[in-house]
Design a binder for this molecule. Sequence first.
Ligand code: FEO
Ligand code: CA
Ligand code: CA
Length: 732
Amino acid sequence: MRDLSSTTAPAADDTAASPDFDSVLAARLSRRSLLKGSLATAATTYLGSSLSLSASGDVQAAARALKLNFQAIPKSIDDKIAIANGYQWRVLVATGDPLASDVPAYANDGSDEAGSFTRRAGDHHDGMHFFGMSQSARWDAQRAERGLLCINHEAVTAAFLHPQGETVADGKRISEDEVMKEMLAHGVSIVEVRRHQGSYVTQQDSPLNRRITPFTDMELTGPAARSPQLITKYSITGTRTRGTIANCANGHTPWGTYLTCEENWAGFFKRGESDNAKRSAKELAALRRYGIEGKGKHFWASVQPDTADQRFGRWHAAVTGTSNNGSDDYRNVANTFGWVVEIDPFSPTASPKKRTALGRFAHEGAWPGPVIPGQPLVWYMGCDARNEYIYKYVSTAVWDPSDAKRGLAAGDKYLNEGKLYAARFNADGTGDWLELKFGLNNIDVNYANYAFSDQADVLIHARLAADAAGATRMDRPEWGAVNPHNGEVYMTLTYNPSRTLDQIDAANPRVYNDTHAGDSGKTKGKGNGKGNVNGHIIRWAEQDGRVAATKFQWDVFLFAARCSADPQHINLSGLTADNDFSSPDGLWFARSGLLWIETDDHAYRDASNCMLLAAIPGKVGDGGARTIVNREEDKERPMTTHIGKAAEASSLRRFLVGPVDCEITGLAESPDGRALFINVQHPGETTNGKEFNIADPASYLSHWPDGEKARPRSATIVITRKDGGLIGADLV
Ligand code: FEO
Ligand code: CA
Ligand code: CA
């Protein structure tokens, strides 16, 4: 249960005198026979490590030498956190918790003042990163005792934010106060944390604590900035926009900045059918491809009267003015969302920058590849929607380690100019990165579905460009992660109920029925038992290990499934009761090379709440080609895919299971590997069922973390090992 007494900071730094992770790894490596090669250098610099590996450092050996240091735990449907023996956890920062010492504790009954959310943690914690911090409050990647935690707040469970739930009548909001609170509970929190009694606590009075919200002024940078398509009443030059929304997963840079990614932002905007007549055919093609239509997720645009700064009307992405360029309304506002946003957590007054060179889509996250001096930097990205694409950005500038201290100025150098690619997975196990460039790969004025006009248009409509180029439509890309020891990239494909037998391909090869899927919780009766019901994790190795390669080799690391499912066609990775899972979502490599897998499940919740598993990865090609036979009703369809070696009890185990109706997401590690931060998002989020009644706590699906009759809250928790050791796996 939550220990409220320890949310204030310790009087003094009580850092344990334990050897840090890098020295453990260094000692380990010094005992090994070593290989020469650029990946050794790559891994060393990726870690931001102080390791002094010889040029012959065998970094792969370290990954092979991991041993899981816990026993698997069973699945659970209890309203609690279940965790492996030998481990402990505590809530670090939950929805509404104060980020300043003069903000009152969160009442959590809907009475908390809306404006106070500019200094409280937001809701629906998601992607996050730990930035180690020096005594002089500067970024120091090696420092574990003190750091800044950047936490995304992807969404809200609106009912629990207000005294009697949200007030909506006829698709209209009548309470300005409610809508303000919902808006301010989105965005990002930056909060200083310090090690305390072997765990961590927040530092409520830190001057670096900060909220980024949908109101924070931001700069639009890169090739699409100043495009006529980015002109709004807020910025008639198309160079600024107001805030960020739908911040799902994340990334970071080798110069110590945070990347927050705008994912399912389209649904926040209102655009009714009456707008269609005022749009060109080209505009309509773009608006429909991105799903900008409907009344808006929370009906924010409906508040009347609006304020002078149009804080409500800005969510109305329709032609309401008389200008011919959108300078007097918000017809183009949705084009200023869907980007990767760079934030310098150590410069609280600096405007975040939206990096248009990385393309506009439903950005799940942006995961850096190996950082190698003299080579370009890369980020891998996925578009989180059914049948969408995987992307890669390659900087034009090559990495100069002296840029590591330059903050957002380094961002301008590496993130404003580069090549954007989408992935095509070929049937033979190879893949191609297809450049999304105006004039290449069918991306031009003659493309039948959308007449591209220039490179800014390509970046603003990256989904359409990837359509034109012929990229592979994936089973809903969620998180990616890059193995620090060999540069291989893993990405979760969470599930895809819309995949049919006629649409399967080698990289998205499974279609089946699961009549138990959706037996419980929010997905009851939603038909999630069709298509790729449980999802899979794909991975690839760039050709010759070069980050800028345009070819790769891929296989499927794991197919998620019920352990009882048919091993020939569904449970292809041989999962057992100790490690079966469904809908992989969060994915993250510890510095040690241990891979963490989180779930946001829709199809196995009759058996378990969402969970966290630890995996010791192999490498691309450690399995082989395999032909499976898909069945749907009375049809059969064989498909040959490429699959990694089967999971073993020694290489994949369930580590933690969350409370009811939550998603486990977000991962960050202290630089010494002795604390793991994860997010428990939206426990008890189902507030639209017939049985739900805000006045009756007994009707809530969850009361986590505060227990008894409390409204449930999202929260970051910090996990430590009771003996202070490395989390999940030891180096042996
Ligand atoms: Fe926000 Fe892709 O989950
Ligand atoms: Ca996710
Ligand atoms: Ca998900």
